[in-house]
Design a protein around this ligand. Sequence first.
Ligand SMILES: NC(=O)C1=CN([C@@H]2O[C@H](COP(=O)(O)OP(=O)(O)OC[C@H]3O[C@@H](n4cnc5c(N)ncnc54)[C@H](OP(=O)(O)O)[C@@H]3O)[C@@H](O)[C@H]2O)[C@@H](O)CC1
Ligand SMILES: Nc1ncnc2c1ncn2[C@@H]1O[C@H](COP(=O)(O)OP(=O)(O)O)[C@@H](O)[C@H]1O
Ligand SMILES: [K+]
Length: 482
Amino acid sequence: MLIEPEAVAKIDADCIRSGIPGYALMTAAGHAVAAAALRHYPEAERFVVLAGPGNNGGDGYVAARLLAESGADIRVFRLSMKPPMTEDASRAHAECPVEGLPLSMYCPRLGDVVIDALFGAGLARDLSPEVSDLISELERNRIPVLSVDIPSGICGRSGHIRGAAFRAERTVTFVALKPGQVLLPGREHCGEVEIAEIGVPRRLIEQYRSPTRINSPDIWLDYASAKTPSGHKYSHGSLGVFSGGATQTGACRLAAEAGLRAGAGLVTIAGPSEALAANAAHLTAVMLRQVDGRAELDEWLQDRRLGAFVLGPGFGVGEKARDFVLALRDRNLVLDADGITSFRDDPERLFEAFSTGAPHLILTPHDGEFGRLFPDVAASKEISKVERAQAAARRANAIIILKGADTVIAGPDGRCAINSNAPPWLATAGSGDVLAGICGSLMAQGFAAFETACAAVWYHGEAGNRAGKGLTAESLVSHIDI
Ligand SMILES: NC(=O)C1=CN([C@@H]2O[C@H](COP(=O)(O)OP(=O)(O)OC[C@H]3O[C@@H](n4cnc5c(N)ncnc54)[C@H](OP(=O)(O)O)[C@@H]3O)[C@@H](O)[C@H]2O)[C@@H](O)CC1
Ligand SMILES: Nc1ncnc2c1ncn2[C@@H]1O[C@H](COP(=O)(O)OP(=O)(O)O)[C@@H](O)[C@H]1O
Ligand SMILES: [K+]
């Protein structure tokens, strides 16, 4: 579960209304930080708390007090020597027996462990040059950092860096993860994340859960047992994959093999006559059909058992792609690669074609392809990857799989999931074709479009993990297990 940074203050206010004082939460937060510091850094020569002006600093003062009471060598450096900005942080400061010195007086030395309590997830503007310089110095000296709630400098909503950001070895966060801890680059700055229970009632957390979720199987739970023992190959879904010309057939085969492996009962590659020989030489279970132009396509589409189509991998960019896509407007379609690029000059034509009915188009762009269909959304630097995918999904009435190391899946109804199980070695030629094939397969098996996209991205990541380092797109296919 995720919560948005704005929800934190609301949760605090609701806690106070139900008789749980804010200072009790702060004390529990400080306890969790001090305990993590002692548990993970028994070799620390001194702990150095960097305290900011708000409640994040307040947590830092509580942790400093507890570490002092445990006998550790502890220093406190303050961003501002003015009184803290909140009542709870003022109290934590007053109860801290360690005198706080100005941040400018801190000279990092070997053996230090820094506790970063400067800012929380709601950071609203860039860090000052003083803090940026200190971050660089800590990195130069390889001083380990334990961040309180989130590494200061990371925006909890977007995961963007505000000027500079601490690179923590560990982060102790409270209540639940924030999107900026799962999205990049925020995720990489958090290090190991521990979620500390600080006494906020579960019902309150549920009430403020974000519509954005971490991608996981509970999203497609209802579809988990789609196959019945009495089913036959057609009831297990029939998928159509379009092939490009004679010299570009590999990509469609990767998608088709992945579709079969992901459970479709039958998969057919439809391609031009010039590509039949190349495809036939490499296929066994996947079937082949000649589809040169629109007339043959229309004839093939008479087969209503074809539950979904994949168009794009190796297809070629141009009018033929646009024409085929428009012919598929009332069918379940995964549009990838060249299929997406074909609409770069007139994306509205695509959106218009799929504008009615339940979403049945899945678009699988990487950042470059995304910019071709949604140039204005891509150019908007302030909004998060989640917000970019959501805006695109609404405009296209499609499910957007915005790919990358932190793939985001969004639907036109605002539902959204951030994927986090993909290993870096998934970034290899043809891996996207495999993902498109899994998507098509699940849609053909009857999954709804949003659930299809979430499941496909997750199973793709799992296959990548099973295949291990050295994976190729072919070995990835053989590790799909749904
Ligand atoms: N339920 C929970 O999860 C609990 C959470 N808790 C803790 O509370 C933390 C959130 O506390 P918070 O809201 O006070 O935010 P925090 O970042 O400490 O201070 C923000 C203030 O700093 C200022 N400021 C902002 N940006 C700035 C900049 N670049 N440079 C300079 N100043 C800047 C800005 O003031 P401004 O100057 O804009 O008026 C703003 O008012 C959370 O991270 C967690 O640790 C626990 O205590 C218990 C329960
Ligand atoms: N650093 C990374 N870590 C994990 N997964 C990644 C990373 N970079 C890319 N991916 C994933 O690898 C796949 C690459 O797809 P794509 O960009 O279409 O490549 P191709 O066209 O070569 O198949 C996508 O599923 C993407 O999410
Ligand atoms: K922090």
